[in-house]
Ligand binder design. Structure first.
Ligand code: SF4
Ligand code: SF4
Length: 217
Protein backbone atom coordinates (compact mmCIF):
# COMPACT_ATOMS: atom_id res chain seq x y z
CA UNK A 1 0.00 0.00 0.00
CA UNK A 2 1.25 3.47 -0.84
CA UNK A 3 1.82 5.67 2.19
CA UNK A 4 0.00 8.37 0.24
CA UNK A 5 -3.54 7.39 -0.70
CA UNK A 6 -6.11 9.00 -2.93
CA UNK A 7 -9.52 8.18 -4.34
CA UNK A 8 -9.25 5.40 -6.93
CA UNK A 9 -11.67 7.25 -9.21
CA UNK A 10 -9.57 10.38 -9.10
CA UNK A 11 -7.21 10.51 -12.03
CA UNK A 12 -6.92 14.29 -12.42
CA UNK A 13 -5.72 15.46 -9.03
CA UNK A 14 -3.08 13.85 -6.85
CA UNK A 15 -2.68 14.34 -3.09
CA UNK A 16 0.47 16.35 -3.79
CA UNK A 17 -1.56 18.76 -6.00
CA UNK A 18 -4.14 19.23 -3.23
CA UNK A 19 -1.54 19.77 -0.50
CA UNK A 20 0.35 22.25 -2.71
CA UNK A 21 -2.86 24.30 -3.14
CA UNK A 22 -3.41 24.14 0.62
CA UNK A 23 0.12 25.23 1.54
CA UNK A 24 0.91 27.74 -1.22
CA UNK A 25 -2.41 29.22 -2.42
CA UNK A 26 -4.57 29.03 0.71
CA UNK A 27 -1.65 29.15 3.18
CA UNK A 28 -3.56 30.56 6.18
CA UNK A 29 -5.98 28.02 7.64
CA UNK A 30 -8.19 27.72 10.71
CA UNK A 31 -6.72 25.02 12.95
CA UNK A 32 -8.51 23.33 15.86
CA UNK A 33 -6.75 21.92 18.92
CA UNK A 34 -7.98 20.54 22.26
CA UNK A 35 -7.51 22.54 25.48
CA UNK A 36 -6.89 21.27 29.03
CA UNK A 37 -10.67 20.86 29.56
CA UNK A 38 -10.89 18.76 26.34
CA UNK A 39 -12.77 21.59 24.65
CA UNK A 40 -12.00 22.59 21.04
CA UNK A 41 -10.09 25.82 20.37
CA UNK A 42 -9.40 27.38 16.96
CA UNK A 43 -6.80 29.80 15.66
CA UNK A 44 -5.42 30.99 12.32
CA UNK A 45 -2.17 29.25 11.35
CA UNK A 46 0.08 29.56 8.30
CA UNK A 47 1.15 26.33 6.62
CA UNK A 48 4.83 27.05 6.03
CA UNK A 49 6.15 24.15 4.01
CA UNK A 50 5.02 21.11 2.03
CA UNK A 51 7.86 18.64 1.67
CA UNK A 52 8.31 14.83 1.63
CA UNK A 53 4.51 14.31 1.40
CA UNK A 54 3.80 16.23 4.60
CA UNK A 55 3.08 19.72 5.97
CA UNK A 56 4.98 21.91 8.43
CA UNK A 57 3.92 24.88 10.56
CA UNK A 58 5.44 26.68 13.52
CA UNK A 59 4.59 28.58 16.64
CA UNK A 60 6.36 30.29 19.54
CA UNK A 61 7.04 28.42 22.79
CA UNK A 62 5.22 31.05 24.87
CA UNK A 63 1.87 30.65 23.15
CA UNK A 64 -1.10 28.77 24.60
CA UNK A 65 -1.38 27.12 21.17
CA UNK A 66 2.10 25.59 21.71
CA UNK A 67 1.04 24.20 25.10
CA UNK A 68 -2.10 22.67 23.61
CA UNK A 69 -0.12 20.99 20.82
CA UNK A 70 2.43 19.56 23.24
CA UNK A 71 -0.27 18.20 25.56
CA UNK A 72 -2.51 16.78 22.84
CA UNK A 73 -0.81 16.56 19.42
CA UNK A 74 -3.94 15.99 17.33
CA UNK A 75 -5.27 18.81 15.15
CA UNK A 76 -7.92 19.47 12.52
CA UNK A 77 -7.87 22.29 10.00
CA UNK A 78 -9.84 23.84 7.16
CA UNK A 79 -8.58 26.18 4.48
CA UNK A 80 -10.96 28.01 2.16
CA UNK A 81 -10.40 29.93 -1.08
CA UNK A 82 -13.08 31.73 -3.09
CA UNK A 83 -15.38 34.72 -3.28
CA UNK A 84 -18.55 33.03 -2.09
CA UNK A 85 -19.95 29.55 -1.48
CA UNK A 86 -20.35 28.60 -5.13
CA UNK A 87 -16.88 29.78 -6.12
CA UNK A 88 -15.03 28.18 -3.23
CA UNK A 89 -12.62 25.34 -2.73
CA UNK A 90 -12.36 23.97 0.82
CA UNK A 91 -9.62 21.61 1.98
CA UNK A 92 -10.01 19.95 5.38
CA UNK A 93 -7.44 17.75 7.07
CA UNK A 94 -6.99 15.99 10.43
CA UNK A 95 -3.86 14.38 11.78
CA UNK A 96 -1.21 13.87 14.42
CA UNK A 97 1.62 16.40 14.67
CA UNK A 98 5.12 16.13 16.11
CA UNK A 99 7.34 18.86 17.52
CA UNK A 100 10.65 18.83 15.60
CA UNK A 101 12.12 21.87 17.38
CA UNK A 102 14.30 23.90 14.97
CA UNK A 103 14.41 21.36 12.17
CA UNK A 104 13.22 22.94 8.86
CA UNK A 105 13.27 26.45 10.38
CA UNK A 106 15.83 27.61 7.81
CA UNK A 107 13.77 26.20 4.90
CA UNK A 108 10.62 27.83 6.33
CA UNK A 109 12.25 31.26 6.45
CA UNK A 110 13.57 30.82 2.91
CA UNK A 111 10.11 29.93 1.60
CA UNK A 112 8.17 32.56 3.60
CA UNK A 113 10.02 35.87 3.24
CA UNK A 114 7.41 37.75 5.32
CA UNK A 115 8.54 35.83 8.42
CA UNK A 116 11.78 37.87 8.36
CA UNK A 117 9.73 41.01 9.10
CA UNK A 118 8.06 39.39 12.10
CA UNK A 119 11.14 37.60 13.49
CA UNK A 120 14.05 39.66 12.07
CA UNK A 121 17.07 37.91 13.63
CA UNK A 122 18.36 34.58 14.92
CA UNK A 123 17.87 35.60 18.54
CA UNK A 124 14.16 36.29 18.00
CA UNK A 125 13.71 33.12 15.89
CA UNK A 126 15.05 30.91 18.67
CA UNK A 127 11.62 31.02 20.35
CA UNK A 128 9.97 29.38 17.30
CA UNK A 129 9.46 25.62 17.10
CA UNK A 130 8.33 23.61 14.09
CA UNK A 131 5.59 20.97 13.97
CA UNK A 132 5.29 18.30 11.29
CA UNK A 133 2.24 16.21 10.39
CA UNK A 134 3.13 12.56 11.11
CA UNK A 135 -0.08 11.35 9.44
CA UNK A 136 -3.26 12.86 8.07
CA UNK A 137 -6.49 12.22 6.24
CA UNK A 138 -8.65 14.80 4.57
CA UNK A 139 -10.84 15.95 1.77
CA UNK A 140 -10.79 18.41 -1.11
CA UNK A 141 -14.24 19.90 -1.77
CA UNK A 142 -14.78 22.14 -4.80
CA UNK A 143 -18.19 23.78 -5.13
CA UNK A 144 -17.06 25.95 -8.06
CA UNK A 145 -17.39 22.92 -10.38
CA UNK A 146 -20.68 21.53 -11.61
CA UNK A 147 -21.10 18.76 -10.58
CA UNK A 148 -19.06 19.42 -7.45
CA UNK A 149 -15.71 17.69 -6.95
CA UNK A 150 -14.90 15.82 -3.74
CA UNK A 151 -11.55 14.05 -3.37
CA UNK A 152 -10.52 12.18 -0.22
CA UNK A 153 -6.82 11.74 0.51
CA UNK A 154 -4.55 10.43 3.26
CA UNK A 155 -0.95 9.94 4.36
CA UNK A 156 0.06 7.08 6.70
CA UNK A 157 -3.65 6.64 7.52
CA UNK A 158 -6.68 5.10 5.77
CA UNK A 159 -8.90 7.34 3.66
CA UNK A 160 -11.65 9.13 5.64
CA UNK A 161 -14.94 7.25 6.11
CA UNK A 162 -18.39 8.51 5.18
CA UNK A 163 -18.85 7.44 1.57
CA UNK A 164 -21.95 5.61 0.33
CA UNK A 165 -21.77 2.41 -1.69
CA UNK A 166 -24.40 0.31 -3.49
CA UNK A 167 -24.59 -3.40 -2.60
CA UNK A 168 -25.33 -6.38 -4.86
CA UNK A 169 -29.01 -6.56 -3.80
CA UNK A 170 -29.78 -3.40 -5.85
CA UNK A 171 -32.56 -4.20 -8.33
CA UNK A 172 -32.05 -1.18 -10.57
CA UNK A 173 -35.36 0.59 -9.78
CA UNK A 174 -33.63 4.02 -10.15
CA UNK A 175 -35.51 5.64 -7.24
CA UNK A 176 -32.13 6.76 -5.86
CA UNK A 177 -31.22 8.44 -9.15
CA UNK A 178 -34.58 10.28 -9.24
CA UNK A 179 -33.91 11.98 -5.89
CA UNK A 180 -30.13 12.47 -6.12
CA UNK A 181 -29.42 16.26 -6.18
CA UNK A 182 -26.14 15.74 -8.08
CA UNK A 183 -27.33 12.95 -10.42
CA UNK A 184 -24.05 11.27 -9.50
CA UNK A 185 -25.28 7.69 -9.82
CA UNK A 186 -24.21 5.63 -12.81
CA UNK A 187 -27.42 3.89 -13.90
CA UNK A 188 -25.93 2.10 -16.91
CA UNK A 189 -25.30 -0.95 -14.72
CA UNK A 190 -27.07 -2.99 -12.00
CA UNK A 191 -26.17 -2.63 -9.21
CA UNK A 192 -26.06 1.07 -9.93
CA UNK A 193 -22.84 2.82 -8.88
CA UNK A 194 -22.33 6.08 -6.97
CA UNK A 195 -19.76 8.34 -8.62
CA UNK A 196 -17.83 9.20 -5.48
CA UNK A 197 -16.06 12.31 -6.71
CA UNK A 198 -19.40 14.11 -7.28
CA UNK A 199 -21.33 12.83 -4.23
CA UNK A 200 -22.59 15.25 -1.55
CA UNK A 201 -22.89 12.48 1.11
CA UNK A 202 -26.44 13.78 1.73
CA UNK A 203 -27.89 10.21 1.98
CA UNK A 204 -31.17 11.05 0.21
CA UNK A 205 -30.60 7.93 -1.90
CA UNK A 206 -30.35 5.82 1.26
CA UNK A 207 -33.71 7.10 2.49
CA UNK A 208 -35.60 6.06 -0.65
CA UNK A 209 -33.96 2.69 -1.29
CA UNK A 210 -36.50 0.14 -0.07
CA UNK A 211 -33.97 -2.62 -0.80
CA UNK A 212 -31.60 -1.08 1.76
CA UNK A 213 -28.93 -1.56 -0.87
CA UNK A 214 -26.99 1.63 -0.09
CA UNK A 215 -24.66 1.63 2.90
CA UNK A 216 -22.16 4.01 4.45
CA UNK A 217 -18.56 2.86 4.41
S1 SF4 B 1 -33.00 2.77 -5.00
FE1 SF4 B 1 -31.80 1.01 -4.25
S2 SF4 B 1 -32.51 -0.73 -5.43
FE2 SF4 B 1 -33.23 1.11 -6.51
S3 SF4 B 1 -31.57 1.50 -8.02
FE3 SF4 B 1 -31.09 2.69 -6.18
S4 SF4 B 1 -29.74 1.37 -5.00
FE4 SF4 B 1 -30.74 0.08 -6.50
S1 SF4 C 1 -25.52 10.65 -1.04
FE1 SF4 C 1 -26.74 12.28 -2.02
S2 SF4 C 1 -25.42 13.07 -3.63
FE2 SF4 C 1 -24.57 11.10 -3.03
S3 SF4 C 1 -25.49 9.61 -4.42
FE3 SF4 C 1 -26.81 9.68 -2.61
S4 SF4 C 1 -28.39 11.21 -3.10
FE4 SF4 C 1 -26.69 11.48 -4.58
Amino acid sequence: MNKNQNDVENTFMKTSDILTILQKKIHTVIMATIDEHHHPMTCAIDLMLYEDDTLYFLTARGKAFYERLMAHPYVALTGLKGEDTLSSVAISLQGKVKNIRHEKLKEIFEENEYMKDIYPNEQARDVLEVFRFEDYQGEYFDLSQKPLIRIPFSYQRPLPKGRYQVLDNCIGCLKCYDVCPQKCIDITQTPVKIIQKHCLHCAKCVEVCFQQAIVRI
